[in-house]
Write a protein of this length. Structure first.
Length: 425
């Protein structure tokens, strides 16, 4: 569990108040990537199970609960999540959330389980983190810019960025600056090498694979879900945070371009494919291996992850064939949402929002987003803004459509099942 600011009024030696457990559980869910609406619904269900009657305030990084379960007055608990949970920690958390929703665990045991999850060590050693990120970078090169030059550059840059991220883990100020520093360093090396070696295949798309770690996948994914469920405050806050991260990446690239002396006409976003149509599919599989080493989920989840990635990319291709390139993200977002919701229904799996992330960036909103911001310095800035907005809106609508379709199917299934039981009775 992430470090939290704790304010509760349990007397020393007294039994743990349910509000204390529920507040910490809610903070852990927020840190694990659960949408605010899901956290609120879960806490409401758990409150009924534990006999808590009171008010709750749930924000993207803060939760406050008040309850009147004690005879001697109300209790209050506040938690603030500052650090995201690792992917491997979200699986036991999902099991704990399920038990809490059914009231099958006491507050004392629940806090003990949260402490155990907090103390979990990463599944793989530090070198696996760097290797996993390197493989992810190479995989995105196969998907975004499938040619030998981009693949080699993405592998080298990915290793360097992964190593820098590993070294910066324990230094919070350096972690905050890392997106700008990494974007500047990668772009500077790429532009300089391209000019010195006369490589005509370098482009802004070749920079995206090595910077994939910094793309605001969690922020934008949760923003889309929360805005679609009318959680305007949290959704807007996450959307602004995602836009700021894209601006950080674009700033680093722009400064590097100015240092090298590139003109806007040299900042290309063209796709150069030297491998053929098989490259993106191999990239999807390689990306899954990189995610496995980078995040360390249970081995049994590997098959589901592969399915999510392949379904997402297939949905994007189908959307492109049926609706054109501007709406290709709609098909990918729709397929991704349905697949993630299906997998999230399996026992002991993380939230659908967490499962959306592996496939979300295969739809290329992040890379297209900061490429579009970078192009604002050029002559075609209005076109860049339009393409970026259309891409983002297309994917957002696809995810929203998937959420609505899944909810409608479940409602119809429940209605049909209820009528069938009634007719048999």
């Amino acid at each position: 569990m992430p470090p939290v600011d704790d304010l509760s009024i349990d007397p020393p030696g007294a039994p743990v108040a349910p509000t204390t457990f529920l507040a910490r559980l809610g903070a852990a869910m927020i840190a694990a990537g659960y949408p605010i609406g899901t956290v609120r619904q879960t806490l409401a269900t758990c409150s009924e199970r534990y006999g808590v009657t009171g008010e709750m305030l749930v924000l993207p990084n803060h939760i406050q609960l008040t309850g009147g379960e004690r005879a001697d007055g109300a209790t209050m608990a506040m938690k603030s999540a500052e650090v995201d949970l690792r992917c491997d920690q979200t699986f036991p958390l999902a099991a704990l959330v399920g038990r809490a929703r059914r009231g099958q665990i006491s507050p004392q045991d629940g806090l003990a389980e949260l402490d155990r999850i907090d103390a979990m060590r990463p599944r793989f050693p530090a070198w696996a983190f760097v290797v996993g990120y390197t493989l992810q970078s190479a995989a995105f090169a196969l998907i975004l810019q499938p040619n030998p030059v981009a693949l080699g550059a993405a592998t080298v840059f990915g290793f360097g960025v992964g190593l820098a991220a590993l070294l910066a883990r324990r230094n919070e100020p350096l972690t905050q600056l890392l997106p700008v520093v990494a974007a500047f360093t990668v772009a500077l090396c790429s532009f300089t090498a391209g000019r010195l070696l006369h490589l005509g295949e370098g482009s802004l798309r070749a920079l995206a694979p090595a910077l994939v770690m910094f793309l605001p996948g969690t922020a934008i994914t949760l923003a889309v879900i929360e805005l679609s469920t009318r959680d305007m405050i949290s959704g807007s806050a996450r959307l602004i945070a995602g836009a700021m991260r894209l601006a950080q990446l674009a700033f680093g690239i722009l400064i590097a371009a100015q240092v090298v002396g590139l003109t806007t006409s040299e900042l290309s976003v063209a796709v150069v494919d030297r491998f053929g149509p098989w490259a993106p599919w191999v990239g999807c599989a390689l990306y899954a291996v990189g995610l496995f080493l980078y995040h360390g989920p249970p081995t049994r989840f590997m098959g589901w992850m592969l399915m999510i990635l392949f379904v997402s990319y297939a949905g994007q291709l189908a959307g492109n064939a049926a609706l054109g390139s501007y709406a290709s993200g709609f098909g990918g977002g729709l397929a991704l949402a349905l697949c993630a919701l299906f997998v999230a229904g399996r026992p002991n799996t993380p939230s659908a929002a967490t499962l959306l992330l592996p496939g979300f960036w295969l739809l290329v909103p992040g890379s297209l987003g900061f490429i579009g911001v970078t192009e604002l310095i050029g002559d075609n800035s209005s076109g860049a803004v339009a393409v970026t907005l259309i891409s983002m809106i297309s994917i957002a609508l696809g995810i929203q459509a998937g959420l609505l379709l899944w909810g409608a199917c479940r409602q119809v299934g429940a209605t049909v099942g209820g009528r069938a039981r009634y007719s048999r009775a």
